[in-house]
Write a protein of this length. Structure first.
Length: 109
């Protein structure tokens, strides 16, 4: 997906239609599969970064979200992480992104 987003942003092509429909089908399958798993929040990056199948290509300040076909930029990672935390009831109730990391580190000790 990131490759398509970068290609679109570099060439000024609208991202509609550049994400294969298979990705959305897999996303829907995983969402349905995990509905019955207790204490599980399924957070879809497609929903967060491609609302209405129109993908976000850059941050509000114009930084690209990805470097290549599988790696977010630092700004893209921050945007994705912020949206993931906001979309997950368990994560958003845990506090800030840095406090979530601290809690995880404490639990692994």
């Amino acid at each position: 997906m990131a490759y398509l987003l970068i290609a679109s942003s570099r060439f000024g092509v609208d991202s509609d239609g550049h994400v294969p429909t298979m990705f959305f089908a897999v996303d829907d399958f995983l969402r349905d599969l995990l509905k019955s798993v207790p204490q599980t929040d399924y957070v879809s990056l497609l929903d967060l970064l491609c609302p209405d199948k129109h993908c976000v290509l850059q941050t509000a300040d114009g930084a690209p979200l990805a470097w290549d076909d599988g790696h977010f930029t630092a700004q893209g990672s921050e945007l994705a992480a912020t949206r993931i935390v906001a979309a997950s009831p368990a994560l958003s109730s845990a506090g800030t992104i840095s406090s979530i990391g601290e809690q995880g580190a404490a639990q692994s000790r």
